[in-house]
Design a protein around this ligand. Structure first.
Ligand SMILES: Nc1ncnc2c1ncn2[C@@H]1O[C@H](COP(=O)(O)OP(=O)(O)O)[C@@H](O)[C@H]1O
Ligand SMILES: [Mg+2]
Length: 285
């Protein structure tokens, strides 16, 4: 009780001292690994930023945190420093190219499960301070459903599921959605199909998953859009430069930009960060 009251005071305080923004928290996830979540998250964040929104990318991949590697800007501090109580949330926010703000993962999440009540309290209260400071916080999660990933996904309420047109990626995406649904969580899912040959293939893939989700789970699965398979993605990764910086006019960037436009058009009313914060406390407490 005490903890919660304290956490709420933090929250209220941070709202008082800030121009109130409604911070919308999303996770980006997938069933199968290597489908392009991290590249999508980064470049989607940059696309939103270009449209005038403030965005924070949070690397929440338990096993393969690599946002800073993709950006080519080694993080001075990462999540681990926050978990150990050595740094504040503001001190671990790094600034990448195009002023993209991000929190690098490090290997901090293994430690998350071992946090004491006091450390946990610090972590939750620090995360709560982000409320009102950003328009969007994007959590780039690992593939599949580790305990931590589930907590972030369910706390955030909104998740973008990335898949490719490959059958293995599609079935894994479906399995992930089904599992989350069976846990009784009320999450809004949206689909992004990455690495499509053309829009037709993207649409077919999306229709496939949507029909199965509708028929067997009674779940609506809106599609945010498609991203073409684009050799420049891999080139940018090898150069350790964000795709939108290295190849601003390439097909994949244009695809992600269309997705950002769709996404902003569909802005649904959500509880914003307040809800997220209360849920994440509950889930970790
Ligand atoms: N649209 C795309 N076109 C071509 N290759 C892509 C595309 N998206 C991702 N890739 C390839 O897939 C690899 C994995 O992407 P990444 O974002 O790290 O996946 P995840 O975060 O899901 O593990 C990239 O390094 C790149 O080579
Ligand atoms: Mg990744």
């Amino acid at each position: 009780m005490n903890d919660q009251a304290e956490a709420l005071r933090h929250l209220v305080h941070s709202q008082d001292s800030q121009e109130a923004k409604t911070t919308r928290v999303l996770t980006v996830t997938s069933g199968k690994g290597g489908v392009g979540k991290s590249n999508f998250t980064l470049n989607f964040a940059m696309a939103l930023q270009k449209r005038g929104y403030s965005v924070l990318v949070f690397d929440a991949d338990v096993s393969f945190a690599n946002i800073d590697v993709l950006l080519g800007t080694p993080a001075k501090y990462n999540l681990l420093h926050l978990l150990k109580g050595e740094k504040t949330i503001w001190e671990i926010i790094q600034v990448g190219p195009d002023n993209l703000q991000y929190i690098a993962g490090g290997s901090g999440f293994q430690d998350l499960v071992r946090l004491s009540e006091q450390e946990l309290e610090y972590f939750a209260a620090q995360i709560g301070k982000l409320n009102g400071h950003f328009d969007f916080i994007l959590f780039d999660t690992g593939a599949g459903l580790s305990k931590e990933t589930v907590r972030f996904i369910t706390a955030a309420e909104e998740t973008i599921v990335v898949t490719t047109p490959e059958p293995t990626s599609i079935t894994d995406a479906y399995a992930l959605i089904k599992m989350l649904k069976s846990m009784g969580h009320d999450i809004s899912f949206r689909l992004v199909v990455n690495r499509v040959t053309d829009d037709k293939e993207g649409k077919q893939t999306a229709d496939n998953i949507r029909q199965v989700a509708d028929k067997y789970l009674g779940l609506q699965l809106p599609v945010l859009g498609f991203i073409p398979d684009d050799a420049n993605v891999s080139k940018a990764v090898k150069k350790q430069t964000a795709l939108s910086v290295a190849y601003p006019d390439t097909a994949a960037v244009r695809g992600i930009d269309r997705i950002a436009a769709n996404f902003l058009m569909e802005q649904q009313e959500t509880g914003g960060m307040t809800n997220f914060f209360q849920r994440i406390k509950k889930l970790w407490g």
